[in-house]
Design a protein. Sequence first.
Lengths: 316, 279
Amino acid sequence: MAKVVLDFEKPVIELEQKIEEMRKLSDNLDIADEITTLEKKVGQLRENIFLNLTRWQKVQLARHPERPYTLDYIAMMTTGFIELHGDRTFGDDKSIVGGFAKLDDQAVMVIGHQKGRDTKSNLYRNFGMPQPEGYRKALRLMHLAAKFKKPVITLLDTPGAYPGIEAEERGQAESIARNLREMSCLPVPIIVVVIGEGASGGALGIGVGDRILMLENTWYSVIAPESCSSILWRSWEYKEQAAEALRLTANDLLEQKIIDRIVSEPPGGAHRNPQQAAAVLKDILLEELRPLLKMKTDKLIEQRIEKFSAMGEWNE
Amino acid sequence: MAWFRRSKENISSDSQKKDTPEGLWTKCESCGEIVHKKVLAQNLWVCAKCNFHFRIGSKEYFSIVLDEGSFKEMDRKMTSKDPLNFVDTKRYKDRIKDTMKKSGLNDAVRCGTGKIKKREVVVACMDFAFVGGSMGSVVGEKISRAIDKAWKTKTPLIIISSSGGARMMEAAYSLMQMAKTSAKLARLSGAGIPYISVMTDPTSGGVTASFAMLGDFHIAEPGALIGFAGPRVIKQTIGKDLPAGFQRAEFVQERGFIDLIVDRKDMKETLSKLLEMIS
């Protein structure tokens, strides 16, 4: 049973608990009909709630502490994962993980932000906030993938690049900028998936690719709603309005032609059924990879540059 | 309620701040020196007493580094569309309209071709006065077209940055301008065309984390703030005071990210020499 329950999840989870209790009793009593009715009701209730989620509620879902993270997806979608460490220059950033793995028969390089589940692991992972060595490790692994002609899959889930003294000293901006440039001309296919939070340059730093996907309950924008609220409203209290104004959900970004596809999540969100979420994502990744693997390298790169060149809206 | 009342008039705090009326005179932010604006302009908007480099706009910068009358502007009419209908305490549409009126600019960057000591260059210069020099779709697109122009005409590119980062009011569109400009620079770099990035005060956020840090040469003005995260955010996160000179050009050069720190009065000469060396 879920340990962390968001406000809007409560009615559904309470009903589910009730059904669970009835099931336990049903050995002695004949209440199968009643259970079926209730189950239908749960389904409808969930659908109603999830169809009408506000953007801020989606942000909360994207941050749900029980959501599957990069290493969970790797474990559930791939086989034979060999994690590779370090940027060969400074250190090994634990908030970005990566390595070769098999997606069915296809060897791929998987790279993603990694959050922790509890205080200890969150400190170890720096809450999924990379420093320059994280982006440099990611780039090293992408160059490896290019060398051995394997496609790259990146999984985005970060509250942002780490804003610290050392991160600045080691060139946070330079490390992200370099990745943007190098990824835009990497000679192998890249598929990018936002699996949780896509916060600004910290997310985009491993987010340039041929296909950009977002899971249904995730967000991707130039700034987190709280920070946006604090800057534009000069108070932390306007995060709901900021989330609305930023139009940061998967649907919004599909409309803005910034992403290519939305990956649907199991009822109630990926955290309610991680196995199913991973299975759906795996099928879509294989499907998206097929045409990309057949493309000529020059055309692949040209198309990628053109893809990002087309983004934006202006008058002239 | 005050415990007692001052019988005479308050000591005015103004008397110490050396505030001056709008008009002919201005005050150096760094040393407090009062300077006549004409004198300041003659000195390329640099304080003669303490070498503080005042923030200036594209018009002033073009006059400093380009041969007189050589600048031909591109995409001058491009303006922001407010694609998200963004509203915070003010409508983005109104913010843009007001800023355009106040600054006489159409957005936060101006691009074109020009000459430096008779050598043809493609040049872009940001205007901090326009919504903090922030990069939205217009800035991203204009910079991208300038890069394309340099690429197609095999002309050296110079981008002079001055920006608080990506423009929040265009959300994800703004973010993607980082990828867009960087992708265009990948193509330029592949073609062996030089790109000089000039960083002035301030160069931060999404602008630093994209085209500003991707030059073949990185030149900064003295004392310019150059970084990714803002000092206030970092201070809040770590809960400690920041070291002296943190994120200033000299600090950033010491860490290995800036080739040269160049005084404004030497900027044109330096650019010219550099271009000559590699041509």
